[in-house]
Design a protein around this ligand. Sequence first.
Ligand code: HEM
Length: 527
Amino acid sequence: MPPGVPSLSAPALIALVLIPILLYIRRRLAWRYRSHGRPLPPGPHGLPVIGNMFNLPKFKQWLGFQKLSVIYGDILHFEVLGDSIVVLGSAEVIMEFLDKRSANTSDRTENVLIELTGADVSFGFMPYGNWWRRHRRAFWQHFRPQAVLNHYSVQQTMATRFLAKLLEDPSRFKDHIRYTFSAALMELLYDIQVADEDDEYLSLVEPVLEGVSEGLVPGRYLVEVLPILRYVPDWVPGAGFKRRFLTWRTAAHELKNVPAEHVKEAMERQEGGQCVVRDLLTKVISTGVEGPALAEEWLIIKDVATVAFAAGSDTTFSTLQTTFLAMSLYPEVLKKAQAELDAIVGPTRLPNFGDKDSLVYVNAIIREASRWLPVLPLGVPHCTSADDELHGYFIPKGTVLLPNVWAGMHDPQVFPDPEVFRPERFIRDGKLDTTVRDPFHFTFGFGRRICPGRYFAESSMFINISAVLHVFDIGPPVDEAGVPIKVVPELTDGLIAYPQDCRCTIKPRSPAAEKLISKSAQAERAH
Ligand code: HEM
């Protein structure tokens, strides 16, 4: 023993050796008791402490997970810093766990990025429980199938405006798509008619959507795994992310408060028209609630209106871009759609909701666009509320569950040549084939968390896509010499994904189609 180092007594030495062993045995026994001896699902071997941090695919995780599923099976397990992540790699296992057993698989994981980006205004990220349920119930009043019928006329009006904008400046078609969905929602939610350009309310929407799509990319910000970093002073090198988060968060809170307060003030002055916020507030006031209870209800109403932007805008925006891209790459599909539209709608009017059931091919195009490049390729992560079991594997409480929607939509057994855009796969005997896996059962999520805006989204996509295909030809982009540019259909990275490149040329189908657009837009303005 070197001088100066105190010697340990024999009992202390025994304790030093025994205590860690006993603690280890206790942990193992507790784990055995919890798991009933079941193993965790298979997955790559990890490192001590950090686990599988470096085994998680870095980019376009859905593709990496799909490859790993070939090795380990369709229930994949990763452990990162002690937390479990399970990837559900096939349609069957996704449905079984997230849909049929959703009582235990409907929670959301806590993530510091949600608060930092301001995404906590969306109940889509709230933990499962009563507060979430109250939000969802209020939202559903205005977005259930019967209620969506009331939104048709605004959706139709905005679709007509969309055509006029495309005619005027087709090169800005992405801006026009964004405008169309946001303007429709501003009117429905707040009775606010937005300006064509530089609208003060629409300027709030853009940073909020940017916060969701860029701020919530898993693994992009270190603060996600080290939340303490949110407190580093602004002047510290590398703290620039805090400014970005602040911009997004401020915009989310303004979007939540500014238009809603506008409705409330209009109500106090006994002015303004019908809208979702007014209707919800009127109903709450009519129940006689006051004081803090009324303030709480008002908070829910504001959240519900904001979530429509946060959860609804980018998703439909992406699917529409995908449809433009598909039409430019598959001219024969566009021609077939136009033949159907000519036969059912005819040259003298635009499609309307009454045509929906007859436009089988157009409906198949929308399904195929949702399947081909799904906007949420890994859905929105769910989380288990209690310990569970799946196919004999132990799934601990708090496990993050990632449904690989991409894999289910690109399964060659179900969708031969999955990378090909082929709406015919959804049609049999001139009708939509109900025996084929329906992309809407996957792309809108699962179980108790299934997208409550899906009926609104479907009608929005139908009215805009059918109108565009009726009057426009869409082709590949061309270079300065007029030579077509080859565009590769690929998704961007991120929670919400968009086609990476969807450049295309958009021209009216004929002089008659051009006249129809102008006439319809004039009629809409005069209305
Ligand atoms: C193509 C369009 C859309 C797609 C693909 C889509 C997809 C999804 C998905 C995958 C989820 C998560 C479901 C889950 O956790 O399993 C979700 C949640 C949600 N969506 Fe959509 N959505 C779309 C449009 C909309 C629209 C237009 C609205 C609103 C008007 C909306 C409102 C919501 C809300 C509020 C949630 C949160 C639900 C909850 O956590 O309880 N979505 N959506």
